[in-house]
Design a protein around this ligand. Structure first.
Ligand SMILES: [Zn+2]
Length: 536
């Protein structure tokens, strides 16, 4: 769905109309939301007269870097004196807010990348004293866009800055600022504002402006702004212009170009009960409607996030916590992969199939471990078993309540791993079918290839390595490192062998394993196919 043009507002628009984002731009440190760590440090620096000669503000757009820089400039140049609470009413404060103070220079590096411009606007004016304020403040936006020569000139200045000069460099890409500059600046990282803080802020503005808006609409705006205050307030401005009555969720969805929440709700219900036919129909509808697949994934991500919060708050819903966590992991993985995929719709369909197949009852490894520790479980297995185990074995189980944890963690949930991998890519799965797999120690999955050609092909197949990493981390829960090597016993005829993926078969199953009675118990508990004991 494409964004709709905002309708002409029925109300008369004043000639001096000021956008909400500008009207509600913070004018003091107290009004800034979401960056308490920066506010505290800057206020203290001003109060104790320890202002650094150069600051670097890093963070995505719309988080208030320039606004913070202007507040600092006001704190230093307010006619009341150097203060952490600039008055906002004196000539200096007003001029700084309007970006026309003679001693506060705002430079947009995106449009001033030449060395001459930097020399003119910075280096030369640095040598003169402030015309009316106490400090000359240089606010450089998009600092990373400066040319290498411009950075060189800037570096010379900040190496020995005059005491009346403060540089505030803002950038969305801190890593692109040369390290000699970075190391001479006091660095602040701007965080995305939390959804709750943003919601509070929007509600306050709506109240002050007599904007009647549903709570769910405010929430949607906040989700869409991804922590950016300016974007959120601008979006509120847009929906206000769109509807003259009470702003509801539907209007807001249309203005933001969001997927109708009704469709996402239906899709979530289908996923919950694994109704793939219904899910497929909803997807088809959305697709015909022109909805972008990444938008659907994003909407699902937020829907599962909401489910998670509901579960944490104790409201039991369609999904259990473990399932929600795994679903979110799957969505994030698919979102990342879809960025490089030429088949986004297939990626989305695959994701829906995966989300539907994640069971609510699925146990995490920790849960399985706890289950195994539970004596009652063993007792029930013993009772269920038709053939009574030897007397000696029973006694051993009854007395050994403390299970060997290390042994348990090395249980490779093989079948689940393969099914997860197959869902991601049949090709990636086939590599693993050919290689000998082991988990020699926690956090490592080792692939031992017998076939040199296949090994060489695998080495270059970054997608397969990523798929395997994701599958093992998904199944075993935790961070894994993938190691692979060619078996010393790889034979020449195998190297020459023409690869035929279709004929590859698992050679692991034929391996004889220890008939350890404890291992046999685990096998009975989870099914022999899903258990493989890996020797250390
Ligand atoms: Zn003032």
């Amino acid at each position: 769905m494409s964004k709709k043009t905002v309708k002409e507002n029925d109300k008369e628009v004043s000639k001096n109309y000021v956008g909400l984002a500008r009207k509600y731009r913070p004018q003091t440190f107290e009004e800034v939301i979401g960056q308490p760590h920066i506010v505290r440090t800057l206020k203290k620096a001003v109060e104790t007269n320890h202002v650094a000669p150069a600051y670097l503000f890093i963070g995505s757009r719309g988080l208030g870097k320039t606004t913070m820089a202007r507040i600092l400039a006001k704190a230093l140049n307010c006619e009341k004196g150097i203060t952490s609470t600039p008055c906002g009413k004196c000539e200096s404060c007003i001029e700084i807010s309007r970006s026309n103070h003679i001693d506060v220079l705002e430079i947009d590096a995106a449009s001033n990348t030449g060395i001459d411009n930097v020399r003119e606007t910075i280096i030369q004016s640095v040598s003169t004293v402030p015309a009316k304020g106490r400090y000359k403040v240089f606010i450089i936006d998009e600092t990373h866009m400066l040319s290498a020569q411009a950075f060189g000139a800037l570096l010379k200045t900040i190496e020995e800055p005059p005491s009346h000069v403060v540089f505030i460099m803002a950038t969305t890409e801190g890593h692109k600022v040369p390290s000699p500059i970075r190391s001479r600046c006091l660095r602040f990282d701007f965080r995305p504002v939390s959804s709750d803080e943003l919601t509070e802020r929007l509600k306050k503005i709506a109240k002050a402006e007599s904007i009647d808006i549903e709570e769910s609409a405010v929430r949607l705006i906040c989700e869409y702004s991804e922590g950016g205050v300016r974007d959120a307030i601008s979006a509120l401005d847009m929906v206000r212009a769109y509807s003259s009555d009470k702003i509801n969720l539907k209007d807001t969805e249309e203005v933001l170009g969001a997927i109708p929440s009704v469709s996402i709700e239906k899709l979530m219900n289908s996923i919950a009960v694994a109704d793939s036919e219904n899910a497929e129909n909803i997807l088809k509808e959305l697709w015909e409607f022109g909805v972008d697949t990444s938008e659907v994934m994003r909407a699902l991500l937020f829907a599962f996030r909401k489910e998670l919060f509901d579960v944490i708050r104790g409201n039991d819903k369609n999904f259990k916590k473990g399932r929600i966590v795994r679903s979110i992991e799957s969505i994030l993985f698919s979102m990342e992969r879809t960025r490089y995929s030429r088949h986004p719709l297939i990626e989305l369909e695959l994701l829906i199939a995966k989300l539907s197949s994640i069971s609510n009852d699925e146990k995490t490894l920790k849960e399985l471990y706890e289950k195994l520790l539970n004596y009652e479980t063993f007792k029930s297995i013993r009772e269920d078993t038709a053939i009574e185990p030897e007397q000696k074995t029973v006694k051993k189980i009854e007395t050994s309540r403390e299970w060997d944890k290390k042994k348990l963690l090395s249980i490779f949930r093989k079948e689940e791993f393969f099914s997860e991998l197959k869902a991601a890519s049949p090709n990636s799965e086939k590599y693993c079918r050919d290689a000998e797999i082991s988990i020699p120690k926690d956090g490592t999955l080792k692939l031992l290839f017998k076939d040199k050609t296949l090994f060489e092909r695998f080495e270059k197949d970054h997608k397969a390595i990523a798929d395997i990493k994701h599958a093992i981390e998904f199944v075993q829960t935790g961070k894994f490192h993938i190691e692979f090597e060619l078996s010393a016993q790889s034979k020449p005829q195998q190297i020459q062998k023409e690869l035929n993926f279709e004929d590859e078969k698992s050679s692991d199953k034929s391996k004889a394993e220890d008939l350890d009675p404890e291992i046999e118990k685990i096998k009975r508990l989870f099914g022999a196919d899903s258990v493989e004991i890996v020797k250390e």
